[in-house]
Design a protein around this ligand. Structure first.
Ligand SMILES: NC(=O)c1ccc[n+]([C@@H]2O[C@H](COP(=O)([O-])OP(=O)(O)OC[C@H]3O[C@@H](n4cnc5c(N)ncnc54)[C@H](O)[C@@H]3O)[C@@H](O)[C@H]2O)c1
Length: 341
């Protein structure tokens, strides 16, 4: 395509503006011009002015009807993802959808049925799949650098009292586990492969403003026989000071942190991946996610994060909620109710 891609960012809130910033940063590599859409038209117009955009729309229907828009980038609350996809998928435009794909497996299956006939590109923007340390860790595991994997840990802890729709169990489809935790569930699956069984518990004792969980723990048994665990919390008093992930194998461990380290019994620790850079770590991986999607759109490539992977993330999150609710382990496949059951 010779002219810049015209991207319309749907939802001019927190992440919509982060995406806009990323498109601007990537403009040298992938020229774009931007439009904005928000149910609050004044907010879309404000973003249009801030990012020197082309147009501001008040609905996704208007954005999808605009002939010159090439790519719809959906940055909406979780309960609006399916409805937005009902409009965006048949529009003929490329579609990037923020995580999670849906609030339960039934919603994910609806999205998958909508995207199946699409000729244009589609991807869920699961940014932690593009975390350079995860990408490097997967390479190291595949190359046998830590032997046979027997334990995977993922973790995200911090202080966050969410505003707006995130407080509603129905709108968010859960609490910290569905919102922040889905990234680290994706990490469990990316690093360890399919999960056979999950046992999990959630609580809400630290952040009173929300209906969902503020803290979740999870243990999984992988189909491979390895086991995994995850801790997610919005209730900690201090910032993140734990590794996002560790992978332990029979010959060594991969320890995430500012850098990714390989620790083996028979050698000095080695740095496998450098720091992602200063500031909010998610920004770097959101940039890499969007760069990948623009590359797929521009150069006719297939997005590496597939709808099936996005569905598997939601399946494990909702199975974990079922486990917490029913105080028992849940075997996968799981296609039952989500957190708002
Ligand atoms: N690290 C990450 O990957 C990350 C971080 C934050 C948010 N997210 C995801 O991004 C999505 C949006 O989250 P957010 O934090 O930006 O939310 P937000 O509340 O900040 O923004 C949502 C925006 O959508 C607008 N909106 C609501 N209904 C609409 C409609 N029908 N049509 C058009 N606009 C509408 C709202 O007015 C608001 O401006 C969620 O899926 C969330 O999980 C991802």
């Amino acid at each position: 395509m010779s002219r810049p891609l015209h991207v319309c960012v749907i939802g001019s809130g927190w992440i919509g503006k982060v995406h806009a910033q990323v498109y601007r940063e990537l403009a040298g590599e992938f020229p774009t011009h931007l439009s904005f859409c928000d149910v609050d038209l004044a907010r879309a117009e404000k973003a249009r002015v801030e990012f020197d955009g082309a147009a501001a729309f008040a609905s996704i229907e208007e954005a999808c009807a605009a002939a010159d828009v090439d790519l719809i980038d959906i940055c909406l609350p979780h309960d609006l993802h399916v409805a937005a996809m009902e409009t965006a998928a048949p529009s003929g435009k490329h579609v990037l959808l923020e995580k999670p794909m849906g609030r339960d497996v039934a919603e994910c299956d609806r999205v998958i049925s909508l995207v199946a006939p699409m000729k244009a590109k589609f991807m869920v923007a699961e940014c932690w799949r593009f975390y350079s340390h995860v990408v490097r860790a997967i390479e190291a595991i595949r190359a046998g650098e830590i032997g046979r994997v027997f334990l995977i840990e993922t973790c995200s802890v911090g202080r966050f009292a969410p505003p707006a729709w995130r407080r509603s169990l129905r709108a968010a489809g859960g609490g910290a586990l569905m919102d922040r935790g889905v990234h680290f569930v994706d990490m469990l699956l990316a690093l360890g492969g399919p999960v056979a069984t999950v046992f999990s518990a959630q609580t809400r004792m630290a952040i009173q403003e929300i209906e969902g969980d503020d803290t979740s723990v999870m243990s999984v048994r992988y189909e491979s026989g390895a086991i995994g665990q995850q801790l997610i919390s919005w209730g900690f008093q201090r910032g993140i000071d734990r590794p996002y992930f560790c992978v332990h194998g029979t010959e060594g461990s991969l320890i995430d942190g500012d850098q990714l380290k390989l620790v083996r019994r028979d050698a000095e620790p080695r740095i496998l991946a450098p720091s992602v850079g200063a500031g909010w770590p998610d920004y770097h991986m959101i940039r890499d996610t969007i760069r990948h999607f623009l590359d797929c759109v521009t150069n006719e490539k297939t997005p590496l994060f597939t709808p099936t992977m996005a569905r598997a993330d939601v399946e494990l999150v909702t199975a974990a909620y079922a486990s917490g609710r029913e105080a028992r382990s849940i075997d996968l496949p799981y296609n039952g109710p989500g957190a708002a059951a």
